[in-house]
Design a protein. Sequence first.
Length: 393
Amino acid sequence: MKTDRGNIPVHVIVILLVMGAFGVMGGGLVAPGLTTIGTAFGAREEQFGFILSIYTLSAAISLPMIGYFIDTVGRRKVGLTCLAVDGLGGLAIIFAPSFGIMLLFRFIQGIGIAGLIPVAMTVIGDLFKGGKRLQFMGYLSGTISVGAVVIPTVGGALASIDWRLVFAVYGFSLVLAVFFLYTLPETSPNKNTLKTERNSLLYYLSSLFSVLKIREIRNVMIHSLVIFFLLYTLVTFLPIYLIIGHGFNEIFTGLALSLQGAFSAILASRVTFIRKYFGWRERAALGFLLMAMSLLLLPLWAQGSYLVGLSFIIYGIGMGIVSPTIYNRATYLPPAELTGSVIAIFNTMKYVGMTLSPFIIGFALLFIKLDTVFITVGFIALIWAVLTLKPDL
């Protein structure tokens, strides 16, 4: 395959896309089996959530330094290390003697998982420019969406057989690491000067802070936070709404979320077609507008009506438009020598949005009904769609 860095075998691109999908296995694979896993380690019910939160904490803490190493050590070495840490950390949990040790291994594993999507995004940004980069960023975003749909189903099925099988799946990261080692070239623009004084930590941090002062780069970080705040409002509270508010069962809830992910993947892979007619602001605003429409429609569907699935389709279309648009913008805005760090911070903001949503919405539910929550968040998305069209955002 022809790229801006010369010809690259197609399987290298496939490895990058699979790597992106592995990046969403940190929570999605484990979440369906939380009760089974926690019980196996003798944890109390209120401690089960630590199995997820320790991973997101680890990812949020480690991502800025991972970005530094992506730019100074190289994409290939960091990607290989992250895959190895992910795989070994996951397999080690199978043999953990206690809940505390399991959480320690989970924390270590989170460091590896955190770097997978940033490395994949950075390498794609290195290999492609312009419309091609947006196209392949759409493929990456679509693969991540498909992974987010399929992986929880796999995790739930495996946990129902044996919780150890859930963590055995992480061993596939080691297999991917072997392919990564022997097939992926170093694509960093700094590959001939990775050890110069210019790339010392002090100089690097100074340069990074200067870049983060650029309004466009700061704004793309905020976009990342908003996108994943909205997404986790849907993912976290919609199952509750469908089961309690509409009387649907868990099977329909899973299908509804899968519908969202499927349409998100389809639209993400076709985002270059939309690019012919809309600039990045218009695409992003359209995506946020559709997400807002989806949330605002939710309370209007009749109780028990399967038309509620239309909201998931609309949301998936919106997510499939806005996600690759913002991903792409995060890769081309920063200078080449700082791309990895900016993308790492971009992904940190993603975790911030994922964390804030359950906390803020959960607190709001102490005072208002879930219908009102969806309407409120829908208006937030609508306002953000309008603000996105402003030149200073």
